[in-house]
Write a protein that binds this ligand. Sequence first.
Ligand SMILES: [Zn+2]
Length: 107
Amino acid sequence: MSFQITVNPGTLEEQSEMFDVQLMDELLQADIEKAEEEFGPGNIWVYQTEMDDDVCAECKGYNGNIYTSKEVAEKWAWAEKLRAMIKPNVHPNCRCRLETLVTVEVI
Ligand SMILES: [Zn+2]
């Protein structure tokens, strides 16, 4: 009796890709939680552009929108807290900011 075992390289590759995606998701999730913590869990932010002709179409579309800290963390990977505001850094040289609408303090 003899066996012929065929390993489909495509399948192995797909599996390792799936593993990478899962690992990436976990890393991303950790980053989001860290950012949410930094922005203040429960805080609510309003998006504000400079309202001039240099504001790009994408940022213009966000103007006036309301986001939770978690949404900011999920939406913009390069967002950073600067004193009482968040710079979303939607793209290089983005001048937009998110200002606090509601601050939830844990007492
Ligand atoms: Zn912008």
